[in-house]
Ligand binder design. Structure first.
Ligand code: IVH
Length: 672
């Protein structure tokens, strides 16, 4: 075959393979109905990567290998929207909605119209440009006229079609929609951030916004962003017989993720009923909505109604009332985390809100206090939307005591008196004193926690005592404790001292991944620790790794690589490691190739409680046999292990036809 001919064959092979992978991404991420296993998908992806590596000139922009590409940029380019991205006017009650309906009726001069009712997703609005069926550019709303070019970040969202396979209505078209994060995914993201000592996101919307605005697309790739589509636009769409319902149907056919939760309404009353129903069931949705959006369906009628300066006259956001109460701010306390981060917390006169009793609310950082102009003794409004954490949203200044003074963040650590430092670009202050008792206690608590070394009898109270008595300064010191030392602590007898030493003894043998996680290296969560343990197989090889070497590992980004390297440079940390070594803590991984283990490639979800295992123990057993454990049930899950108290995960497993194991069946499986 001529050289030319074989090159053409390779091009065809690459195109076919890309097409095939895009289809399977769609089946998996949009329809939630995969046809091939993860392994098979990965195998095909690797095949494409290899072909592309050998023929880099054939790499297409819409190749599935290019979702996470490129290096961080310095800033986002600006993108001008072809039609402004407007916001919606809000109504909050049936009366206000009927007012809106009256204006629509009047505007349309008596002709018949119908509404389309949709959910109002609480995320970040984006606009995606498709040219010749391919995704070429994506932008944020910005000021409505121009937004930021966040194409690289958007490409990492696997449900976003890189190419559409049905004929487009115009060579260039725009899809508008919302990027958001599921509530559960947001919670686990924050849990992980707490363990890694990073500041928490206030809600899924902020987490989504922060992620989309990050200049490094690898961050977006690592976060569980989702996309939902609610708009189609191309030049001339207004006059070609299109409607909103036709757009949604077309978008769905074209492979875009479209929610099924929409319906048309011939009467205002039906739209009101939709708003009522969705309001009642909003907490059951896996994502957050803050209302419904009611639009006139027909595009010709939309044009007739037109726009005000800010928003269309043919649509309104029909918002849910946030649950809100008033109470008093009685104090602001400061919490010092294990990384020294100082978080202000509002102490409130207890109130009940959306079914829970609330006495505290996080204020995140001092900028938030300033933004609210919060003062001690203020009467504040507290809100809770969906099932999010309660948030202080405003101050009632009309009843503010006349002598109140603004809250000033101290320059000194409330725990040790050391200086607090706020680095440029950061919103939090950190205590820089490494021997700050709050940090020492935080580090010890993390070391002993269930996901780390799991030292059961080492609770917060005992840690406090050990640190106060000067018996322990770092995790290495724990292993030198004697029965006598512990037994003489207040209210500790010999029996509990024995128990602690026994637990410490057991912890010496924890798997390497737990030790790595327990060290509390910034940015290294349990997942990354597992990757590191598998790769390096011993703490000493990890310690010797260069930044470059660390960065070549899949899932380890540059920030983490630097943080790991830095950790092993600090003399205080090396001292801890030597103490742990002397104490006989296991530094080596068990040596078995993962793919030969009996549960290799199998994905598990645990739900409910088991009699003979804690969640951690069950997960450890699965991982030790090569399986992996995830938090949510999808069609990729192989087994759901369910004990009493299992909830929605079990229902979901059943509806997807996934094998459900009870405790005896699970025990049998792991005894293989
Ligand atoms: S339509 C001109 N539909 O709400 C109207 N918006 O203030 C364009 N949103 O910025 C928006 N769900 O981020 C529309 N089903 C939905 C929506 C929705 C959420 C957001 C969107 C927009 C804001 C309107």
């Amino acid at each position: 075959m001529s050289k030319e001919g074989s090159h053409r064959d390779i091009r065809k092979q690459i195109e076919d393979l890309s097409q095939d992978l895009r289809r399977h991404e769609y089946l998996y991420y949009v329809l939630n109905a995969p046809e091939i296993s993860d392994e098979e998908f990965d195998r095909r992806m690797r095949e494409l990567e290899t072909l592309e590596k050998k023929n880099p000139e054939l790499i297409a922009l819409d190749s599935p290998t290019q979702r996470v590409g490129g290096q961080p940029t310095k800033e986002f380019a600006s993108v001008r929207h072809p039609v402004p991205m407007l916001s919606l006017a809000n109504v909050y009650s049936e009366e206000e909605f009927l007012e809106f309906d009256r204006r629509v009726k009047e505007g349309l001069g008596g002709s018949h119209y119908r509404y389309i009712c949709e959910l109002k997703y609480d995320g970040i609005a984006v606009s995606l440009l498709y040219q010749n069926s391919r995704f070429t550019q994506g932008a944020t709303r910005g000021d409505g006229q121009t937004g930021d070019d966040i194409t690289a970040n958007l490409k990492t969202i696997r449900s976003l079609p890189l190419k559409i396979n049905i004929s487009p209505p115009a060579s260039d078209f725009y899809m508008r929609g919302e990027v958001y994060m599921d509530k559960a995914a947001f919670e686990s993201l924050n849990d992980r951030r707490a363990l890694e000592g990073n500041p928490l996101f206030a809600n899924p919307r902020n987490a989504t916004g922060g992620t989309l605005k990050n200049l490094d697309p690898r961050i977006a790739a690592s976060r569980p962003l989702k996309l939902v589509s609610y708009g189609l636009w191309f030049p001339g769409i207004e006059t070609q017989g299109w409607s909103q319902s036709k757009s949604l149907t077309w978008l769905e056919e074209a492979g875009f993720p479209v929610s099924r939760e929409w319906q048309t309404a011939n009467e205002a009353q039906e739209a009101i009923q939709f708003w009522r129903d969705r309001g009642t069931h909003r907490a059951e949705l896996p994502y957050e909505i803050d209302g419904t959006v009611i639009k006139v369906d027909d595009f010709t009628q939309q044009e007739r109604l037109g726009y005000t300066a800010k928003s269309p006259r043919w649509a309104t956001a029909f918002k849910f009332k946030a649950q809100r109460v008033r109470t008093k701010l009685v104090g602001i306390t400061l919490q010092v985390g294990r990384t020294g981060a100082v978080t202000p917390v509002a102490e409130l006169e207890p109130v009940s809100l959306a079914g829970s009793h609330i006495r505290r609310a996080t204020l995140h950082n001092e900028d938030e206090i300033q933004r609210l102009d919060l003062r001690l003794g203020d009467t504040i409004y507290l809100e809770k939307g969906g099932d999010v954490i309660p948030k202080i949203i405003a101050v009632d200044e009309s009843v503010r005591p006349s002598d109140s003074k603004p809250f000033i963040m101290p320059d000194f650590c409330p725990a040790c008196g050391g200086s607090l430092l706020r680095s440029a670009g950061e919103v939090i202050r950190r205590c820089v004193n490494l021997s700050c008792p709050a940090q020492i206690q935080g580090n010890l608590a993390h070391f002993a926690s269930r996901g780390a070394m799991d030292i059961e009898s080492l609770g917060w109270k005992l840690i406090e005592q050990l640190v106060a008595e000067g018996l322990v300064k770092d995790p290495g010191d724990l292993y030198t404790l004697s029965i006598d030392q512990v037994a003489t602590l207040e209210r500790k007898g010999e029996k509990s001292a024995h128990k602690l030493l026994e637990a410490l003894g057991k912890s010496r043998n924890q798997p390497l991944e737990r030790l790595i996680f327990a060290l509390g290296i910034r940015h290294v969560g349990a997942g990354a620790a597992r990757v590191l343990a598998r790769h390096f197989k011993s703490l000493d090889t990890l310690q010797a790794a260069t930044i470059e070497e660390l960065q070549t590992i899949h899932d380890i980004g540059s920030v983490m690589a630097q943080s790991i390297h830095q950790y092993f440079q600090a003399p205080a940390n090396l001292e801890i490691i030597e103490k742990l070594r002397r104490a006989g803590v296991r530094f080596e991984a068990e040596n078995k190739p993962d793919n030969e283990l009996p549960l290799a490639g199998k994905s598990f979800v645990l739900t409910g409680t088991l009699d003979n295992f804690t969640r951690e123990q069950a997960a450890d057993s699965i991982r030790a046999l090569g399986g992996n454990v995830t938090g949510s049930v999808s069609s990729k899950t192989d087994y759901v292990v369910a004990g009493p108290g299992a909830g929605s995960k079990l229902d979901r497993a059943r509806s997807l036809g996934i094998t459900v194991l009870d405790e005896p069946a699970f025990k049998k499986l792991i005894e293989i």
